[in-house]
Design a protein around this ligand. Structure first.
Ligand code: LLP
Length: 444
């Protein structure tokens, strides 16, 4: 078997029949830390962050900020790496914001997103002085105006628009359509800007849009930038205000299987920068600060998931010790992945098999029709491109503790999120007390 190079981490190699990532023998890691186990390859992660910064610095003439979209995967160590690499961080909850603070990400480089932020979340973001709150709708704006009314120093605000552009991706992850749940319809934008400018506690920074995730064709991203700039020009004509910042969101696609093209960050930077520069020239607007928000294309490829093969059923099924509770993407989006047997990585593949997850649902099939060497219980399955929207969407279905996450690089492995214990899982479980404790209706 050979590893499709653009799907696995940059450090992935096979030696003596075993898969190595970050200089570590993954078979040994599985023994040391148990399975299922998620690995994060530091070189791939930092490489993607640097590629974004360098590509945009080269392609865009104005100021640029690259914000990692923490929803793809977030913990304190990862946020510390984000800060070390001088990226900003996008968060969507109070706890993600707390992680940003614990990691020392400068608050001026943190944006709070979300279509249904609570007052407590808005209050924390305002108290900690995040760089921008990305306002999604007029009701949120009204609450934010009330929260910020007595501020001495106004809170920065970006207004998220729904640009009425359908991205070419899975319907569940397309977010830019006219009827999408996210963002202000263009018809509501004037009112939102008028209210923001009039609010003493708010400072209008500019406009934001995000049309979807796992995008390969960039035409709709270009169209989105044209809408952002045209709206900015219209607002300037009407209110005399010029945006200092525009953001076309994130969404660059990554390959999960060998037949998909590699992620081309320099091309993305060129297309986005050129579109913004051309549109600003056309509308005679000064170049704003450009903020991009990649999540998946920073962290997906750095991740590898390891599962133990528990058994087989006939020629078709292999059962593993993880599945939809640690990676719901195949069940939710029909997502496809690549995998190898990590302990027999140089053996030829035979007939394709389906990989059944351990969770009690027929839909818990992690991979379909994947060609592997004939597998036995005890073999180790390694799944590529497992860094994004896997652990961050994990659940405790069937009360199974969630896996650990280990950062690997230069032959070293460090746990950055420990495996959940049974005590963790039951920590919120409150038995009936008092008179109800121990009562039963059973008579025999
Ligand atoms: N900015 C905003 C406002 C977003 O909503 C998102 C993702 C991003 C940036 C980052 O997008 P990315 O570069 O990661 O594509 N669970 C789905 C993906 C949901 C994406 C949600 N928003 C999946 O597993 O495919």
């Amino acid at each position: 078997m050979s590893l499709a190079p653009h799907v696995w981490p940059v450090t992935a190699t096979v030696a003596g029949g075993r898969l190595f990532v970050g200089g570590c023998d993954v078979v040994a890691l599985a023994e040391q830390f148990g399975t299922p186990l998620y690995l994060l390859d530091e070189a791939t992660l930092r490489g993607a962050m640097r590629a974004y910064r360098q590509a945009f610095a080269a392609a865009y003439s104005g100021p640029v900020r690259v914000h990692y979209a923490g929803k793809a995967l977030l913990n304190t160590a990862l946020a510390q790496i984000v800060a070390q690499e001088e990226l900003g961080l996008d968060v969507v909850s109070a706890t993600e914001l707390l992680v940003a603070q614990r990691a020392g990400v400068p608050m001026a480089h943190v944006h709070l997103h979300g279509n249904a932020k609570s007052d407590a979340e808005l209050e924390r973001a305002v108290a900690w002085r995040v760089g921008a709150i990305v306002v999604d709708n007029l009701d949120e704006l009204a609450r934010l105006r009330a929260i910020t009314k007595h501020l001495a120093e106004p809170q920065g605000v970006l207004l998220r628009i729904a640009p009425a552009i359908e991205a070419d991706t899975h319907a569940h992850i397309a977010t830019g359509g006219e009827t999408a749940k996210f963002g202000l319809p263009l018809a509501a934008l004037e009112e939102a800007v008028a209210q923001t400018i009039a609010a003493p506690g708010l400072r209008w920074l500019g406009l934001h849009a995000h049309i979807g995730s796992q995008l390969f064709a960039l035409d709709q991203v270009v169209a989105t930038i044209e809408v952002l700039v045209a709206q900015a020009a219209r607002l300037r004509a009407q209110f005399g205000v010029t945006p200092v910042e525009l953001s076309p969101g994130g969404g660059l696609g990554v390959p999960y299987t060998a037949d998909q093209p590699p992620t081309d960050i320099p091309r993305y930077a060129q297309v986005v920068s050129a579109a913004l520069q051309v549109a600003c020239t056309r509308h005679n607007l000064p170049l704003p600060r450009l903020t991009v928000e990649p999540g998946r294309s920073i962290v997906a490829r750095a991740g590898v998931a390891l599962y133990r093969v528990m058994g087989r059923k006939g020629r078709r099924w292999l059962h593993i010790d993880g599945g939809m509770a640690d990676n719901i993407r195949p069940a939710l989006y029909g997502a496809r992945y690549s995998a190898v047997l990590a302990n027999r990585a140089d053996e030829p593949a035979c007939d394709p098999v389906d990989i059944g997850g351990r969770y009690c649902e027929s839909g818990d099939v992690l991979l379909r029709e994947i060609a592997l060497p004939p597998a036995q219980p005890g073999d180790l399955l390694a799944v590529a491109t497992a860094g994004a929207y896997t652990l961050s969407m994990a659940s405790n279905y069937n009360l199974v503790p969630r896996p650990a996450l280990v950062l690997v690089g230069n032959g070293q492995a460090r746990v950055i999120q420990r495996r959940e214990t049974e005590e963790d899982v039951l920590a919120r479980d409150v038995p009936l007390g008092g008179d109800n404790a121990g009562t039963t209706l059973w008579r025999d």
